[in-house]
Write a protein that binds this ligand. Structure first.
Ligand code: PLP
Length: 399
């Protein structure tokens, strides 16, 4: 395993094993199958006795480099990859759950994950218990009733709530559950769930790991015993990461620390800056001392992340004017890219919910999600200021 500090490993991990022809960069191997003249060698590779590749749905050299890199950065024993983050989540859950099992999770998981919990798992006769996010006492009580999986995501979408990973891993382990954390928002730069005692870490590599919004992918990291079971499910069911996407994600990950450090800083500055505007009602960022879960965030995160959200007075009316007025922001549903990305929660993460459901989840109609990019902070601030000024000219928000 490649040694060194995080930025060194993010450059070198997984790379050297896959180089060919003296190339200094991992090749994109667009080959569906891998052929053998020697029948004994073919047999050895096919039965896993010798390292090598057989068929692209199972393994591929470029994809393997991506898996080695994320395994190294999360500090796990093994890793496998998927076509998307949702494939990572659904394949992992389906590998371990059988009819009659019970899973405990939180209400604020990613929209797609929430759909698996509310629409698809019940069809498999899996009992799903979704607790109030970050209500640790309730989560503990539900885990103690017994469950196959404890599934967490922290920080969450869109109000960036924080769950105490170490505390939850402890109760999960004590009750025989497999503890899984979706680490997409934090990335291994800001948070290391395996060190805090969880069994498996999941990523939508589409977001911060790739960082350039040009490739979809997912990853799972943890013990060899658990990851191999999920790999087996994935190789048969076919949600394989494409070699070109693996290459783009690999390239993105080389700058992960540089990008995340900058995004942490930008998001924190923006959160503080937003508080100075009268039109802003509430700002949600785990790095703000007034955030409900600030103490837990401070304890378990090395940085508070690039994601924040805020609500504006005047609700939907204000949002409609404000977002298009921003110059340095993509108005889109994704997050975690080098560009700043802004969107209303009612259109992005929680578009499937009714206004009443969103209200029940503590998501005001005027909530805006802000994924801080790596632009110059002065430009981002000036952009927000001019957009707020434009809004104030057009609508006179009721307080
Ligand atoms: C985007 C996202 C996912 C799903 O990932 P895809 O690559 O879009 O399938 C899962 N979890 C979180 C926290 C996400 O932000």
């Amino acid at each position: 395993m490649t040694q060194g500090k995080f930025s060194t490993r993010s450059i070198w991990a997984g790379e050297k094993d896959q180089l060919a022809f003296g190339a200094t960069q991992v090749p994109v191997v667009h080959s569906v199958s891998f052929g053998y003249e020697d029948m004994d060698e073919w047999y050895e590779v096919a039965t896993g006795k010798k390292k090598g590749h057989i068929y692209g749905r199972n393994t591929n050299p470029t994809v393997e480099a991506f898996e080695d890199k994320i395994k190294n950065l999360e500090g796990g024993e093994a890793a496998t990859s998927f076509s998307t983050g949702m494939a990572a989540i659904s394949n992992t859950l389906t590998t371990f759950l059988t009819p009659g099992d019970r899973i405990v999770s939180i209400k604020d998981t990613y929209g797609g994950t929430n759909k698996i919990f509310t629409e698809f798992l019940p069809k498999m006769n899996v009992d799903v218990e979704l607790c109030e996010t970050a209500n640790h006492e309730v989560l503990e009580a539900e885990v103690e009733k017994g469950c196959k999986i404890l599934y967490l995501e922290t920080p969450t979408n869109p109000t960036v709530k924080i769950t105490d990973i170490e505390r939850m891993a402890k109760v999960g382990k004590a009750n025989g559950a497999i503890v899984i954390v979706d680490n997409t928002f934090a990335t291994p730069v800001n948070q290391n769930p395996l060190d805090l005692g969880v069994d498996l870490v999941i990523h939508s590599a589409t977001k911060f790991l790739g960082g350039h919004a040009d490739a979809l992918g997912g990853a799972l990291v943890g013990s060899r015993e658990l990851v191999e079971q999920v790999y087996h499910y994935r190789e048969i069911n076919g949600a394989t990461l494409d070699p070109m996407s693996a290459y783009l994600l690999l390239r993105g990950m080389k700058t992960l620390k540089l990008r995340i450090d900058q995004q942490n800083k930008n998001a924190h500055d923006i959160a503080e800056y937003l508080k100075t505007f009268d039109i802003v009602e509430d700002v949600f960022y785990p790095g703000l001392e007034e955030h409900v879960n600030y103490d837990i965030a401070k304890k378990q995160m090395h940085g508070f992340g690039g994601m924040l959200s805020f609500s504006v007075k005047g609700g939907v009316e204000t949002v409609r004017e404000f977002i298009p007025a921003l110059q340095f922001a993509n108005k889109a549903a994704n997050l975690g890219a080098v560009e700043t990305i802004v969107g209303p929660s009612r259109t992005t993460s929680h578009v499937e919910c009714t206004p009443e459901e969103r209200a029940a989840m503590g998501i005001p109609e005027g909530l805006i999600r802000y994924s801080a990019g790596i632009e110059d902070i002065e430009d981002l601030k000036a952009d927000l200021k001019q957009a707020f000024e434009k809004v104030e000219q057009k609508v006179s928000p009721k307080s």
